[in-house]
Ligand binder design. Structure first.
Ligand SMILES: Nc1nc2c(c(=O)[nH]1)N[C@H]1C(S)=C(S)[C@@H](COP(=O)(O)OP(=O)(O)OC[C@H]3O[C@@H](n4cnc5c(=O)[nH]c(N)nc54)[C@H](O)[C@@H]3O)O[C@H]1N2
Ligand SMILES: Nc1nc2c(c(=O)[nH]1)N[C@H]1C(S)=C(S)[C@@H](COP(=O)(O)OP(=O)(O)OC[C@H]3O[C@@H](n4cnc5c(=O)[nH]c(N)nc54)[C@H](O)[C@@H]3O)O[C@H]1N2
Ligand SMILES: [Mo]
Length: 761
């Protein structure tokens, strides 16, 4: 695609902001993290207000941090149970600046499109519902009632309910999520795409096929009982900083840590715990990874197959566990013994003796935890790769006992809970049956659209109304320009949001922004103090109660927005008392209790300090699969081939962002300062192309004869394997091909974009 037909507002402007590089850090956190936290919180939220909110973060009965889904300790918690990036998330949300309708009167959507993603966040909190009328370039205020009537008229005017799609981002609490999917299903469709489709969907698919549940199996206290912790494709120092405390405790209890990552991430190398005075002052630190394998991008499947081959050829499996608890082992044994070492070494980029040394270490342990995130899930072969990891743990009997198990580290703070609540385009039959029983209507049974299908359907006019409960669909999805065209094809696009983002600027014929309460704010819906509940990465359900005054008196809670939307749209077609439910979230929880297993005495148990764990059979060594056993799987090694000159590019997060929300321009640990338009390349790959650090290049991606282009990136020399490149998400989402998705999970392959660099003349 040329750049002539692009929609400029869809992408962050190309201007450089002033790159400076320093040596990458070899230790995470410590004093710089504390200083950075306070700078953000005091700067944006004010000193007293900001400090008070931070003290409630992740406390029992306080606010569930709106940043990542890492769990809180079950027992006593420290006074400051938050991290630098949680502090930034809170600062961003509790911003004292306001984005009022006046501002939109003087700023068109075209002018706003020229601001950067960072600048959008600095405009402050949205205060009133806004509408962009057909043909207008300016948002203007609209009353809540008129907004709901407008949406209802569009939805009810569709030829079929399947012409609407209802997206969810993973910050939405359980109560709003449950009500939302209920509304969407009573409206008549399962078109419920969500951010999970782009995130841990591959983990869900891989795990449900093998251990019978699409979630992880470890608890936080398993870390201290583990002998060995494998961390693949995850950057916890930035994205789950509180995980470093768990890793530190594990190290002190004698565990060894193995990091598998193309980059030497600071948070995998060493940690200075800000809670410990000596470490805070920089006098000491805890070394983390004992072994660091700088795998090539996409090379984990090969590496894992090499490990399995060595272990099985050395008879190093737990025969009692394998014979009693699993099936499929003989097939796996046959498959791996036939594997050749050359492709394993070639694709992983790791020498055979290193693979064998790690295999020996794994073979000497039976309490192993495997952690992973987007470095494994966003590949074409993500599902088989995660299944090789399951094979590895099953081989060692490392699932279903203390100190061992699978730990897919979730992203958004309630992404796991939203799925439990039924935000899913193909929910299980039992779930729909339970909805039918509880609410007395027949929910649709056909599979709905996931995220990529939604974009395709908007592109060919099969979806005409797009509604988003949170998130930033335009910037988070692959192929930004295609998504932009899809959104523009819609008759109506609606975003429930707390701040302005790019998805509000590239719209359907009519567009609405519905501003809602943030998690840190008091929720007095129905005149009563309400709280919401969330599920963390380890299946703990806990309550979250905001304490700050809302950013504006006009804000509604997400729950109330959904209830009023349902009332306006369904009218007398629905017997569900939506507004009564929204006036007392306990009533929503009573329904959830009767629909979703594991929520017995929900209202009572969630009020207990720390909440409660959902049942998790594999954690107890039971596997709810078709055969009642955990399943070994075999998959052929996927061949990764680059043509001469091509690079495999991963799109990753800096230390100063939450997904598409840009808090600042620093990637402190990687030593990349004040610039996001960078491409990290190996020294030899730079030299081979007659380039040098600081050169400006365009990036061109290649997929089945299609090319996509992102202009103007600065070359940074970095310690990354040959043939690999790294750039920041979302600036390079424009390069991610829409149709390049993971087999079995439809997750965009954001960590393996085949591209070339072109020097500007
Ligand atoms: N502060 C902050 N916290 C966040 C987020 C945020 O943006 N900011 N996002 C949240 C969300 S939604 C999510 S899903 C998580 C994301 O958490 P992560 O998955 O840690 O995030 P990414 O930046 O995508 O990092 C992927 C890591 O995988 C490595 N990697 C990439 N490709 C490969 C590969 O092929 N093999 C291996 N072994 N490694 C690879 C990269 O070098 C990088 O270290 O974090 C959550 N928490
Ligand atoms: N290239 C590339 N693309 C990726 C990824 C990648 O690694 N590389 N990662 C993928 C992953 S893992 C994920 S999870 C998705 C994320 O996709 P999304 O969840 O869609 O994106 P976010 O950037 O998290 O959404 C941020 C927006 O949410 C809104 N928001 C914040 N708080 C609230 C709230 O309390 N309520 C409401 N209603 N809105 C709120 C704000 O307005 C903000 O602009 O992106 C995916 N896209
Ligand atoms: Mo995510």
């Amino acid at each position: 695609m040329g750049r002539e037909d692009t929609i400029p507002a869809a992408e962050c402007p190309e201007a450089f902001t002033g790159l400076r590089t320093t040596e990458p850090a070899t230790t995470a956190a410590g004093m710089p993290a504390v200083v950075s936290s306070m700078r953000h919180v005091w700067g944006e939220a004010g000193v007293a207000r900001g400090t008070r909110t931070l003290m409630l973060l992740n406390q029992k009965g306080g606010v569930d941090c709106p940043s990542c889904a890492w769990p809180d300790p079950d027992g006593s918690r420290s006074m400051t149970e938050f991290c630098e990036n949680g502090a930034k998330a809170v600062a961003w949300e509790t911003d004292t600046r306001r984005l009022t309708p006046d501002f939109f009167r003087t700023h068109s959507i075209d002018a706003l499109g020229q601001l950067s993603d960072y600048e959008h966040g600095q405009l402050g909190r949205l205060t009133e519902p806004l509408v962009l009328r057909p043909g207008s370039r300016h948002y203007e205020p609209i009353s809540w009632d008129d907004a709901f009537q407008l949406i209802a008229a569009e939805l009810n005017g569709l030829a079929s309910p399947h012409e609407a799609a209802f997206y969810t981002s993973g910050r939405t609490g359980n109560e709003a999520a449950f009500l939302y999917q209920l509304f969407v299903r009573q409206f008549g469709t399962n078109n419920l795409p969500d951010c999970s489709n782009m995130c841990h969907e591959s983990s869900g698919v891989a795990l449900s096929q093998t251990v019978g549940i699409g979630k992880g199996t470890v608890k936080l206290d398993d870390f201290e009982k583990a002998q060995l912790i494998l961390i693949l494709g995850q950057n916890p120092g930035t994205n789950h900083p509180r995980m470093l405390t768990a890793l530190q405790a594990a190290k002190r209890a004698g565990a060894r840590i193995v990091a598998i990552n193309p980059l030497k991430e600071a948070g995998l190398l060493a940690f200075r715990n800000p809670q410990e005075p000596g470490q805070l002052l920089g006098l000491s630190r805890t070394a983390l990874a004992d072994r660091y394998l700088q795998v090539k991008i996409g090379g984990d499947q090969a590496l894992l197959q090499g490990l399995l081959k060595h272990l099985i050829e050395r008879n190093a499996w737990d025969s009692a566990f394998v014979s009693a608890q699993t099936d499929g082992f003989d097939r796996l044994r046959n498959a791996v013994t036939q594997l050749a070492w050359d492709p394993i070494v070639e694709q992983s980029g790791i020498a055979r003796d290193q693979i064998e040394a790690l295999a020996e270490e794994i073979g000497s342990c039976d309490r192993i935890i495997a952690c992973w995130a987007m470095g494994l899930t966003q590949h074409k072969h993500a599902v088989p790769t995660i299944q090789e990891l399951v094979n590895l743990l099953l081989l060692r009997g490392s699932i279903g006992k203390p100190g061992a198990g699978l730990c897919p580290v979730r992203g958004h703070s309630n992404v796991q809970g939203d799925r439990t609540m039924g935000i899913w385009e193909h929910p299980p039959v039992w779930f729909l049956d339970a909805i039918e029983r509880e609410f007395g209507f027949a929910p649709p049974r056909e599979t709905g659209f996931h995220t990529v299908d939604t974009i395709r359907a908007m592109l060919d006019h099969r979806v005409k109304v797009f509604f988003a409960l949170g998130g930033n669909f335009l910037s988070a999805t692959p192929d930004t320009q295609a998504t932009a065209r899809g959104l523009q094809n819609c008759s109506l696009t609606v975003h429930v949001s707390i701040k302005l983002n790019r998805s509000h600027l590239v719209t359907g014929r009519t567009a609405l922004i519905l501003p809602c309460l943030g998690r840190t704010e008091r929720d007095h819906s129905g005149g009563k103090e309400q709280f919401v509940t969330t599920e963390n990465s380890m299946g703990v359900i806990q309550l979250s109660r905001g304490s700050l005054a809302p950013a504006s008196p006009h804000l509604l809670s997400e729950v109330e927005i959904v209830a009023r939307l349902a009332t306006a749209t369904l009218g007398s077609r629905s017997a569900i008392p939506w507004l009564e439910l929204a006036a007392d979230y306990d009533r929503i929880r009573d329904h959830i209790e009767r629909v979703v297993p594991g929520f017995t005495d929900y209202n009572q148990r969630v009020r207990q300090p720390g909440g409660f764990y959902l049942p998790n059979k594999p954690r107890e060594g039971q596997f709810p699969t078709a055969t009642g056993k955990a399943r070994f799987t075999t998959s052929p090694l996927v061949e990764l081939r680059l043509a001469p000159g091509q690079l495999a590019m991963m799109t990753i997060r800096t230390h100063d962002q939450f997904n598409t929300t840009v808090y600042g321009l620093e990637d402190r640990y990687r030593g990349i300062h004040h610039e996001r338009r960078v491409v990290l390349l190996n020294r030899e790959d730079i030299a081979e192309r007659n380039l040098k650090p600081g050169d400006v290049v365009d990036l061109v991606s290649h997929y089945h004869g299609e090319t996509r282009r992102a202009n103007r990136f600065l070359i940074v020399e970095y310690d990354i394997p040959r043939g690999c490149a790294a750039t920041y998400f979302p600036e390079t989402n424009v390069l991610v091909p829409l149709n390049s998705t993971a087999d079995g999970s439809h997750t965009p392959t954001s960590k393996y974009v085949i591209m070339t660099v072109e020097k500007l003349q």
